[in-house]
Write a protein that binds this ligand. Structure first.
Ligand SMILES: Cc1cc2nc3c(=O)[nH]c(=O)nc-3n(C[C@H](O)[C@H](O)[C@H](O)COP(=O)(O)OP(=O)(O)OC[C@H]3O[C@@H](n4cnc5c(N)ncnc54)[C@H](O)[C@@H]3O)c2cc1C
Length: 500
């Protein structure tokens, strides 16, 4: 009989093991380390290495579909750093045309102080001006809004003159006096070679490593979360690295592998005590997935070529809660960065797409796609199975598109209306939070129902996607879960200390 493979156990001990170094994981690691806790971060990807020194690499040249963007920093290495707070209405139950956006187990006020801290950590530049959906805030934005490129400023002036208010996009950049950001064109969907984008690595993981209390294992896959024989507590993780298995024990395990990877990891960690997966006693793992239904428009703003510019500085947020002739929330329209879409088009179409891009802004409109118990991923054994998309609000999506086209046309800009199948971005859910274990996977603080010391802190716990970018909410939630973990660790230490 072949000998069982040996499992190595590192001598070093940790207060917490965190799986994943994206928005949730890196922020959580920093939170725990700042309070003096020893943390091990496990990342299956490597540090992102640019293919040519000094060049900002473009996402779609580098990834193959479905690879999960596995780098240190997770998906934020390529994100657009649009860091919005959810609107107050996003925390309440809201009827949409073809579904209901569920109530969160707590209101906006609970998360507000964490939003303020998250904005400071990720250096968010913004202003509430022009945005009727902007929620209450206890402190102003930590940095002023980004300056507009002159071509963009001209568009804003014409939109405003024709009665369409615009609002700055809150962005997490190291911009301003002494900052590394030069407002170049390669931001959205690019890696930033200047480290000027405040992503999970630059804003949170590096400061966490600098405390000396955090170790990072790259190119290491977490295979399973380990639980005690009675199934009631997390006790560590089983890792795979360089063809070897390692067991690391810790009183706290935080799964921050992103949606749907956190759900997959909980599924494949199943035991006799949790036959369908950790936190899946009532079959909720993988479900309740929400997202943004997105579409793209190209308002032609210049007869001459625009050249390289930083365009992602404003959005139209006036339709967030609906419109006079529309009873449902509509969503937002945002100017994107200069994304080289033509590189995704076929050989024949590419020159036409490039010509359009050279004279236009790229406008992305986003409407909430609602979650319910039928949306999300099924499992095929321990692997991800069939996917049911969140509920697309088809008429509402079209209405927002029409209103956005109308606003630009009224300002004198013809709009190229690219028609492509609806894309679902910014997925939330699959290990959703709630008070009731019958309808959720984790409790309102992020601890898996019925398993002490096991937490999830990433996009998968969010009950809904709202219609603004989800990153800042993931970050704020990770800070809040971090505080609960610190409380638990203090309690754990007190239990281990013999009474004198
Ligand atoms: C092109 C693009 C632009 C975007 N722009 C914006 C924007 O402007 N604003 C915004 O708010 N959001 C934006 N997003 C979305 C945002 O990046 C994500 O919502 C956010 O990164 C999700 O954070 P997370 O912590 O849930 O997961 P992730 O960032 O995906 O991190 C999860 C990490 O876990 C690792 N991992 C997974 N499984 C394992 C395992 N078993 N073992 C070890 N490691 C594992 C992964 O490699 C990954 O690094 C954008 C995304 C993309 C792709």
């Amino acid at each position: 009989m072949a000998a069982a493979p040996s499992i190595e156990t590192p001598a070093k001990s940790y207060d917490a093991v965190i799986i994943g170094s994206g928005a949730g994981g890196a922020t959580l690691a920093l939170r725990l380390a700042q309070a003096g806790r020893k943390v091990l971060v496990i990342e299956r990807g490597d540090w992102f290495r640019p293919t040519q020194a000094g060049k900002n690499d473009y996402l779609y040249d580098l990834i193959t579909p479905g690879d999960g963007m596995s780098y240190v920093g997770g998906r934020t290495k390529f994100y657009g750093a649009a860091l919005y707070r959810y609107r107050e209405s996003d925390f309440r139950e809201t009827q949409h045309e073809a579904g209901v956006s569920p109530a969160w187990p707590f209101g906006y006020d609970t998360l507000e102080p964490y939003y303020a801290e998250a904005e400071a950590l990720y250096r968010v530049h913004g202003s509430p001006e022009g945005d009727p959906s902007e929620p209450r805030r206890s402190a102003p934005y930590p940095y002023p809004p980004l300056p507009h490129d002159p071509a963009v400023a001209k568009v804003i002036a014409r939109l405003t003159a024709k009665g369409t208010p615009t609002a700055p996009i809150p962005r997490g950049l190291d911009q301003g006096p002494g900052g590394a950001c030069v407002m170049c064109a390669q931001c959205d969907v690019h890696f930033c070679s200047r480290d000027a984008k405040m992503d999970a690595e630059t804003a949170a993981l590096r400061p966490a490593l600098a405390t000396g209390l955090v170790d990072l294992m790259t190119l290491t896959e977490c295979e399973r979360v380990l639980t005690t024989p009675d199934g009631q507590r997390a006790e560590g993780v089983l890792l795979a690295r360089d063809g070897k298995q390692h067991r690391v024990l810790a009183p706290v395990v935080a799964v921050c592998a992103g949606a749907p990877n956190s759900a997959v990891l909980l599924r494949r960690s199943r035991t006799d005590r949790h036959r369908e997966g950790l936190g899946n006693n009532s079959g909720q793992l993988g479900r309740h997935v929400g997202a943004h239904s997105t579409g793209t428009l190209f308002p032609l703003i210049s007869l001459g070529r625009l050249g390289a510019r930083h365009t992602k500085t404003f959005g139209l947020n006036l339709y967030y809660e609906g419109a006079p002739d529309w009873p449902y929330p509509l969503g937002i329209a945002q100017i994107a960065g200069q994304v080289p879409f033509w590189r995704l088009a076929g050989k024949l179409k590419a020159p036409i797409v490039r010509e359009i891009a050279d004279h236009s802004l790229t406008v992305v409109h986003m409407t909430e796609a609602t979650p319910d118990e039928t949306t999300g991923w099924a499992f095929d054994g321990d692997k991800i199975g069939a996917y049911t998309t969140p509920r697309h609000q088809a008429k509402t999506y079209e209405k927002l598109r029409e209103l956005t086209i109308g606003a630009f046309e009224k300002a004198g800009y013809p709009v190229i209306k690219a028609r492509r199948p609806v894309d679902f971005w910014h997925e939330t859910g699959s290990a959703v939070m709630g008070d009731d274990p019958a309808t959720s996977v984790v409790d309102p603080i992020g601890q898996v129902h019925g398993i002490e010391g096991l937490y999830v802190a990433d996009a998968s716990i969010m009950p809904s996607a709202g219609a603004v970018n989800t990153g800042l909410t993931i970050i704020a939630l990770a800070m809040r879960t971090g505080d609960a973990i610190l409380g638990r660790l203090a309690q754990h230490a007190a239990q281990l200390t013999p009474a004198l």
